[in-house]
Design a binder for this molecule. Structure first.
Ligand code: 8OZ
Length: 364
């Protein structure tokens, strides 16, 4: 029987335990999306995770929606990521890169020539994004033309190739949290009339085509996809009118690609583990491959979830910020540190690489 601390394999990637580090935006790259050496130390410290999923990383200039988030579309990005993957590998870990296009959660000032962000339909998001000078409401987007969609898929291909050059073990397609791919999935943000709108098949087409394109570059067994049927976090985005059917269809469709894993946020990001209104195991079954569960798991729930075969890995997000040795702490049932929220996003070393392991922490 599987145990949270037993080794295994997720797709083609060997994992030393079933604790994944969830993607965590930390906004510490420069304005061109190039990481500083701080990122090397940050990821190295967390390499005992069975699998690190990198922070969301922009696949193109157009795909960028928050200042200081990293990119994977230029050679400078590759040069900055390479020592990160090398450090994780040297420490015995594995790391996949999360491929991100923000869609409408962006601001004119972050786009080439001050252009509007792109989205399935011209519907402005609520909420706030972060530009160089502070928080702003996302700008009014323009609807992508059908003939622009192959170019978006090409941007994913380019980013997938660059992530390979940077030495990652694979990629995760970010089709969650109300960014571009999920904006296509939901009927609340997709009012299109073409082959990417109206029906469930059409609305899930872009995620499917992106996963397929990226799998051609990496091999399907090194590609995962993240979904979040219940999150409204970015842009105050309304849910789909029938999430169980829509995401169930998508999970089954992704299952035909024999991907490494499906990763689901089971509830609201940054919220509790409120999954009663949705059957995530139905998605797991429809997908038919490895499943990573996420959101609000604690030690006990993670252990029983793995032991009962309900997931192959459990991804922890915020606990990894203040506990670089989260796996060891969970294994030994040691107390967890709580990282202060003020240093989640932006800044330098403080609140990023200065959290001690339990063994090294000063005792009071
Ligand atoms: C927090 C702040 C900015 C972006 C996500 C990439 O929610 C994010 C994100 C999280 O997926």
């Amino acid at each position: 029987m599987a145990d949270l601390f037993s080794p295994g394999k997720i797709g083609a990637i060997p994992v030393s335990n079933r604790v994944a580090m969830a993607p965590l935006t930390r906004a510490r790259a420069d304005m061109e999306g190039v990481h500083t050496p701080l990122a090397i130390e940050y990821y190295r410290q967390r390499a005992s995770a069975g699998l690190i999923i990198s922070e969301a990383t922009n696949i193109s200039r157009q795909g960028r929606g928050y200042a200081f988030t990293p990119g994977i579309y230029t050679d400078a990005h590759v040069r900055a990521w390479r020592p990160v993957t090398e450090a994780v590998h040297e420490a015995g870990g594995h790391i996949v890169l999360q491929l991100w296009h923000v869609g409408r959660i962006s601001h004119d000032s972050l786009q080439e020539g001050g252009q509007p962000p792109v989205a399935p339909s011209a519907i402005q998001a609520g909420g706030l994004t972060y530009i160089e000078t502070g928080f702003e409401r996302p700008s009014m987007p323009r609807a992508l033309r059908t003939d622009e969609i192959p170019g978006i898929i090409d941007d994913y291909r380019n980013a997938a190739r660059k992530s390979k050059d940077a030495g990652f073990d694979g990629v995760e397609v970010h089709s969650a949290n109300c960014y571009l791919l999920e904006e296509f999935i939901r009927d609340s943000t997709n009012k299109r009339d073409d082959a990417y709108g109206r029906s469930v098949e059409n609305r899930t087409r872009l995620t499917f085509e992106v996963a397929r394109a990226v799998a051609e570059i990496w091999g399907p067994e090194r590609v995962g996809v993240r979904l979040s049927p219940l999150t409204k976090s970015a842009g105050d985005t309304p849910l789909d009118s029938d999430p169980q059917t829509t995401y169930g269809f998508l999970a089954e469709r992704l299952g035909t690609l024999n991907l490494a894993y499906l990763h689901c946020i089971e509830g609201q990001t940054r919220g509790d583990n409120a999954k009663a209104e949705f059957d995530f195991q139905a998605l797991h079954r429809a997908f038919g491959g490895a499943y990573i569960a996420n959101n609000g798991y604690d030690r006990e729930l993670a252990m029983t979830t793995i032991a009962n075969g309900l997931a192959d890995m459990v991804a922890f997000g915020r606990p990894f910020i203040g506990n670089p040795d989260l796996v060891e702490r969970l294994q030994r049932d040691e107390p967890l540190a709580t990282a202060p929220q003020e240093t989640f996003y932006g800044g330098g070393a403080k609140g990023y690489i200065d959290f001690p392991t339990f063994a090294a922490a000063p005792t009071s």
